[in-house]
Design a protein around this ligand. Structure first.
Ligand code: GCW
Length: 688
């Protein structure tokens, strides 16, 4: 930037008061523009928060009156509410609080406020923290845990801890999240020791008024490891009693405790199979202990073994035999895709399979496979694609959303979980735009029909609009702001997921990361001694004949786990959606795709278009400099630079590696690679 422009921009910042922002306030930045009279005869910690929030952030008419009324109404479900111009009605205190946040959001985003009943899609809307008791976070990219400390005084609860937990609870409540699992699914048994439970109690007390229930991940071998028993066999009477006593102890100190999340017999974690028992035996034993208190068990279906011919099939094979055998307070928690949170996967066939057992989606907010906290990737389009996938369980229109939210199976428990991207970083998520993924998860858990565009629009207004410059009511976003900031940046967000798919693994490729960091490319990565199903060649199957994993009826037959007509659609090359091509088919390099190009050429174009798109993102972002405070602007700008370098590495690594098999030139109009494959392999360039 030339010096004159720089001075002009600095003056402009002074003038319009774009003071530096560190991102800590998230989407809750707006302050009130006038007074409001709140009429409410109720009094409770939750209601008091609702009143306070209204006063702090009111942007309606100065002096207006708003009534908060607890009055039951059959059309209002759970913690839903009825919104109108001057009243919020709900069945519960929490419903009132949610109504207040909705009203304030509408005032801040300029959305109309009319008479409406607004109910949540899922009963339980949870974050899963993969936080270890030693402060580190598995797959966390935004600093240490907000819940757990390491070292000598790690269990002492400080005022700073409580302040942070309160801010966290408030942010969650503002988007409808009503539960949180505060420790890693690779669970340390220590969390169930009484001294740790006292810390859990302290956390639960801070979260409670905001309607966020506390849950724990538990280690299935806890009875043996911390209870001193000789076994953790779920059918053993002493083991059963140990869990009952433990659950009693928990509910004595945390009366509204939510329940347990369990990763069993998966990636080395203990489980009922260690004792010759089944998933149902294990889950039901815990469910029986929790039942008298209203607690639930979320039992994960993330299982796979080294010997399976296709990892994508295993969860279905292992769980379907127990369909209908789980207690009604057990819910099977299933990742959106059959492999593992890849940039793109078809939905897991376990959705749409179980009729008598409750199932819930597990989404990943933390960007384990999508560029950590470096890449700008807005995940709402990925989640929406998944939620709107048709399973055909009860004929056309049986979307994953409808199979899981109670629409198709009204009597089942309903829930949805998102693996958190929150840490101790000042801006909570590492990348300012990663906050949008936390926000989007909450909004979709509340309303699984919301469009990505609506979510991005809301979030950008709440997060980047300079409210100080606008005292008007209703809020007036200028054409200039919308045209020059909102629309272009929204476009970046909406394209970003597809762009990442293109520069990382287009056309149905998956899991081609180098090593366990799951960040940079490593289609070659297969060190001796590493499990085959943890290495990329297992997934891409490239050789001189072609590339892709054959999951058709001639291959692993994973297609047979889907209902018709999907099974045939995926099985048949002519009807298989191109985005899943190499997920389901092994194809020759000269196979002709829809664009008329050969498969090899198409791969080259896709990788290159991903890279080019990130370069465009950089330009677009630089153009919005006037509209963003300097701190957040430069922060995002520098992350985009890195994303761009990374996209180049991805493109070069994958094309140069696969070219050894395709033995074809990269189409001449495409920019040439700038790295050498040898260097990329030796340096594992993007290892973190
Ligand atoms: O995606 C894999 C991750 C593991 C994680 C596991 C799981 C918590 O690489 O880090 O462990 O999934 O979901 O259990």
């Amino acid at each position: 930037m030339c010096k004159r422009n720089f001075i002009a921009i600095s003056l402009l910042f002074l003038f319009i008061n774009l003071s530096a922002e560190d991102g800590h306030s998230l989407w809750l930045r707006s302050k009130s523009t006038g007074s409001v009279n709140v009429v409410c005869s109720e009094n409770s910690p939750t209601i008091n928060i609702a009143k306070q929030e209204l006063k702090q952030a009111w942007r309606g008419k100065t002096g207006a009156t708003i009534a908060l009324t607890i009055k039951s109404d059959k059309l209002i479900k759970d913690d839903g509410f009825k919104l109108s111009f001057n009243t919020i009605q709900a069945n519960t205190d929490l419903g009132i609080l949610y109504g207040v946040y909705e009203l304030l959001r509408r005032q801040q985003t300029g959305e109309p406020i009319r008479d409406e009943i607004i109910n949540p899609s899922y009963e339980r809307r949870l974050l899963n923290h993969w936080d270890n008791l030693t402060e580190t976070i598995e797959r966390g990219y935004a600093g240490g845990s907000i819940f757990w400390r390491n070292g000598k005084d790690s269990l002492v609860v400080t005022e700073e801890d409580k302040t942070l937990w309160r801010e966290y609870a408030r942010a969650n409540a503002s988007i409808g999240i009503n539960g949180t699992v505060i420790n890693n699914v690779n669970a340390s048994p220590l969390v169930l020791k009484s001294e740790y439970l006292m810390r859990v109690k302290a956390i639960a007390e801070v979260l409670r008024p905001y309607g966020v229930k506390t849950y724990l991940s538990v280690n299935f071998s806890s009875p043996a490891i911390i209870g001193g028993l000789s076994t953790s066999d779920p059918l053993n009477a002493k083991v059963i009693k140990w869990w009952r006593d433990k659950v009693n102890e928990i509910y004595k100190i945390i009366p509204d405790f939510g329940g347990f999340l369990v990763k069993a017999n998966s990636e080395g974690q203990p489980g009922p199979q260690d004792f010759g028992r089944t998933h149902a035996d294990g889950a039901n034993m815990l469910a029986d202990a929790l039942k008298p208190f209203g607690g639930i068990v979320m039992w994960r279906a993330f299982v796979y073994s080294a010997t399976s011919d296709d990892r994508a099939k295993q969860a279905y094979e292992e769980f379907m035999p127990f369909e209908g055998q789980f207690r009604d307070n057990v819910i099977i928690q299933i990742k959106n895709g059959p492999v593992d949170f890849q940039p793109r996967e078809p939905f897991s066939p376990l959705f749409g399979a179980m009729e008598k057992t409750a199932v819930m989606p597990e989404l990943q907010i933390t960007q384990e496979y999508l560029g950590h906290a470096i890449h700008l990737v807005f995940l709402a389009p990925l989640w929406q694609e998944f939620l709107q996938s048709d399973t055909y369980q009860k004929g056309a229109g049986s979307t994953v959303a409808r199979c899981t939210d109670g629409t198709l199976f009204p009597k089942r428990l309903t829930a949805i979980a998102g693996v958190s991207n929150i840490g101790l970083d000042v801006n909570w998520c590492g990348h300012h735009f990663a906050q949008a993924n936390w926000y989007a998860f909450g909004r979709l858990a509340w309303n699984n029909n919301l469009s990505s565009e609506t979510i991005a629009d809301e979030w950008l207004k709440l997060t980047f609009y300079n409210y100080n410059s606008d005292q008007s009511e209703p809020i007036a976003f200028s054409d200039d702001w919308e045209e020059n900031f909102l629309n272009p940046v929204k476009q970046i967000m909406l394209e970003s997921r597809e762009v990442a798919v293109n520069y990382m693994m287009p056309l149905g490729l998956h899991h081609i990361f180098a090593a366990d960091h799951h960040y940079g490319p490593g289609p070659w990565w297969a060190p001796a001694g590493v499990r085959r199903d943890w290495t990329p060649p297992y997934y891409h199957q490239a050789d001189t004949n072609g590339i892709g994993f054959d999951r058709t009826d001639k291959g692993s037959d994973a297609v047979s786990q889907y209902h018709e007509p999907l099974r045939s659609q995926f099985n048949d090359l002519k009807t298989c959606p191109e985005e899943y091509l190499l997920w389901f088919h092994h194809l020759p390099w000269n196979y002709t795709v829809k664009s008329g190009r050969t498969l090899w050429d198409e791969m080259c174009y896709r990788y290159d278009s991903g890279l080019q798109a990130v370069r465009e993102f950089q330009k677009t972002w630089d153009r919005v400099e006037l509209y963003v405070d300097p701190d957040r602007f430069t922060h995002v700008q520098s992350k985009l630079r890195r994303q761009c370098r990374n996209a180049q590495v991805w493109k070069d690594a994958c094309l140069l590696y696969f070219q050894q098999f395709s033995r074809k030139p990269i189409p001449y109009e495409i920019d040439r690679p700038v790295y050498d494959l040898k260097d990329l392999i030796e340096m594992d360039m993007l290892s973190q």
